[in-house]
Design a protein around this ligand. Structure first.
Ligand code: EPU
Length: 346
């Protein structure tokens, strides 16, 4: 048996069905990871010594080039374990390869709260802390306790507490100083068993609940409401390729916001710490004339301008060029630089 058979390394693997934008891409080397020991074995065989691998989760937040220059580790470590229960809260440790939405559904079905606003976010559990996923007024950091990761630099496992992850808006240390260095293998979350704290003040959620005459919603109602809102606004990647929000919502100085307000009536803005305002990128893109626009195989989604879609057959390069045109146009009209939320992988 040669080395590649022993370690399960595959060569020239298509990633087209492993990224939600549906971009054609090939990995020169590919390895499906189902256990922590596999990482140690691969390291001992020198698999990580030449080039640091790219860790692929659900492929829902990435823009891939047509041929990657690095090996790919597909994170598929399974498992879900209750490691603590004090009667009020539980601690649940989840394998990085588990599907995020399945975890949310499992929690809600079992009366566990705190995670319901994060229903239907595509991707894996291991990817969730990398960009501190968030939606409808809740971010992962609110329920996060710790994670375990394999450090490719020191070849050892390490546990990160919440503060060590340095979470920010769609941000963590794993997108900055430790970019590409840690392979998350499990995540531990705290969920409530009773006296759930309901987060229903996000405007789109509030509107939905009022329209549907839902008073005093419980975790199941919030879960269902979020699913219905997302399905009505965001494209399902199995119908049309996309990676959710393509850019982050920019945070600008209050002074700049005030100046923009004089020229652009109704520009939305949400306070984001003293002297700073967060402006919806979707609004800027829409006002710059890009909503629902199509250029070749790429476009923005008709009901959410922040989502770039692949109408079929687009390449990573095409998507990138399209996104740059949007950036240029928003910069020219508003003086605001949009920063991609998706991870661009070469
Ligand atoms: N808006 C427009 N045009 C549009 C869509 C929205 O002008 O085409 C404006 C509206 O004023 C709306 C505001 O933008 O009130 C905010 O829109 P929305 O509630 O849809 O949220 P978002 O800021 O565009 C963020 C997250 C989403 C998350 C939603 C709901 C980011 C980058 N995106 O989007 O996350 O689902 O809030 O909480 O923070 C993702 O990260 O991939 C993602 C989908």
């Amino acid at each position: 048996m040669n080395q590649s058979q022993k370690t399960g390394i595959q060569k020239e693997v298509s990633l087209t069905h492993l990224n939600t934008l549906g971009l054609h891409s090939v990995a020169p080397l590919f390895m499906n990871i189902t256990s922590e020991t596999q990482l140690i074995e691969l390291n001992e065989k020198g698999f990580f010594s030449e080039k640091r691998p790219f860790v692929l989760g659900g492929g829902s937040n990435i823009l891939l080039s047509s041929r990657l220059s690095v090996p790919v580790l597909k994170m598929s470590i399974p498992g879900m374990e209750m490691i603590d229960d004090d009667g009020k809260n539980v601690q649940i440790q989840v394998g990085a390869g588990e599907n995020w939405h399945e975890l949310v559904s499992f929690a809600v079905q079992n009366g566990l709260g705190g995670i319901e606003n994060l229903a239907l976010i595509p991707g894996t559990v291991g990817a969730a802390p990398i960009q501190n996923i968030g939606a409808y007024g809740v971010e992962l950091e609110g329920l996060f306790l710790s994670l375990k990761a394999y450090d490719l630099k020191s070849s050892s496992f390490r546990t990160f507490s919440k503060s060590e992850c340095q979470f920010g808006y769609r941000d963590s240390i794993f997108k900055r100083e430790l970019k590409g260095q840690m392979v998350v293998t499990s995540v531990t979350l705290r969920l409530s068993k009773k006296d759930h704290i309901i987060h229903d003040s996000y405007s789109a959620l509030r509107y939905y609940l009022t329209q549907n005459k839902i008073q005093n919603p419980g975790i199941e109602e919030i879960y269902q409401a979020v699913i219905n809102i997302r399905q009505s606004k965001l494209p399902n990647p199995s119908d049309i390729g996309n990676a959710g929000s393509f850019f982050k919502n920019p945070v600008i100085k209050q002074k700049q916001y005030n100046e923009l307000k004089d020229n652009w009536e109704g520009i939305p803005g949400y306070p984001n710490g003293p002297g700073w305002v967060k402006v919806p990128a979707a609004w800027l893109i829409e006002k710059a004339g890009w909503k629902g626009l199509r250029s070749g195989n790429v476009g923005t989604y008709k009901t959410q301008a922040l989502v770039i879609v692949n109408h079929g057959g687009a390449t990573g390069q095409e998507v990138l060029e399209f996104s740059k045109k949007i950036q240029k146009s928003v910069s020219e009209q508003f003086g605001i630089d949009l920063i991609p939320e998706v991870n661009i992988v070469h």
